[in-house]
Design a protein around this ligand. Structure first.
Ligand SMILES: [Zn+2]
Length: 304
């Protein structure tokens, strides 16, 4: 009924001013009260993203889908905003992608009613270094023996079992902080060559630290893995919830065990050169729902 009433004056305006009729023909936006923002404002492949949503009603829960992943939101009472960390895989082609949101209204209002909204976000292409790094690693990593082959397979199975896990509940809180106060020796996305063979892109961030340097958890979470693996060496993985994991490789010593709760800045191990490493350094990686994201971009986000 409202549309008929509002369309009537538009019809008259259209006769007089054809250009204005275009504006009048836009249907009333029923979802105009949703505010959906992303940080950073320019999304890129390999980058994390913080979605912040202000729905028109009080909600019991809010979830979404983004690039084929389920996204679960947390509520910040102070700003009345729902937020979630998500990401864009390195392989995602530039383009426009839809974030689809579904919320359930709070009991007392029109209890349990589902409301939804969607908004498109543009994803650009990030510039990652294409400089090939010539590194020489021990033959056991490029031409493994059958026994080493077995250890590699075991490591792959562990990673398959653990690294794609999604704990919907958020444990992270506030900004992610660097695991060590040290110079960066290799960035995310750079292409490497091992013994003349081109390897996959570097999926983490390297810190130039001598062996024995304390390594800190980048945010609050639960220790998902703390064990030695063939390539990773002594390996710690912290689950921060909302599908976000941080990985710490090549450690010389563990300071936590699987199942431990850790706080941001808490020592989780000492750096080293265990596993496939050309020398002592700290390799950290960030995974969101099975895809690697640029840790440096995560560190630069301002988070609630
Ligand atoms: Zn690395």
């Amino acid at each position: 009924m409202n549309r008929r009433l509002t369309n009537l004056p538009c019809f008259r305006i259209a006769l007089l001013f054809p250009i204005l009729s275009v504006l009048c023909s836009v249907p009333p936006a029923a979802a105009a009260n949703w505010t959906v923002r992303a940080q950073p404002t320019r999304l890129v492949n390999g980058g994390p993203v913080l979605f912040q949503v202000k729905p028109p009603d009080s909600l019991e829960s809010l979830s979404g889908t983004w690039l084929g992943h389920q996204v679960s939101f947390s509520f910040d009472a102070a700003s009345k905003t729902w937020f979630a960390l998500a990401g864009v895989s390195l392989e995602t082609a530039p383009g426009s992608y839809m974030l689809e949101l579904t919320g359930e209204t709070r009991a007392g209002k029109v209890s349990g009613t589902k409301i939804s909204f969607s908004r498109k976000f543009a994803v650009g292409r990030a510039k990652y270094p294409k400089i090939a790094v010539k590194l020489s690693v021990e033959g056991k990593f490029t031409e493994p023996t059958p026994e080493q082959e077995k250890q590699i397979e075991e490591g792959q199975q562990v990673k398959k079992d653990y690294l794609n896990r999604v704990t919907p509940e958020r444990e992270w809180s506030g900004k992610f902080t660097a695991p060590a106060d040290a110079e960066i020796s290799d960035v995310f996305g750079s292409q490497r060559i091992f013994n003349g063979k081109t390897s996959s892109p570097h999926l983490g961030l390297d810190f130039r630290v001598p062996s024995g340097t304390p390594v800190a958890a980048m945010n609050d979470g639960t220790v998902l893995l703390a064990r030695p693996l063939y390539f990773e060496g002594n390996f710690v993985v912290v689950d921060h919830g909302q599908g976000l994991l941080t990985l710490y490789l090549h450690l010389s010593e563990f300071k936590v065990k699987e199942g431990d709760q850790v706080k941001r800045g808490q020592e989780i191990g000492l750096s080293g050169g265990t596993g496939r490493a050309t020398g002592p350094h700290l390799h950290v990686a960030v995974r969101w729902q099975g895809t690697y994201l640029d840790p440096a971009r995560l560190l630069s986000l301002r988070l609630p």
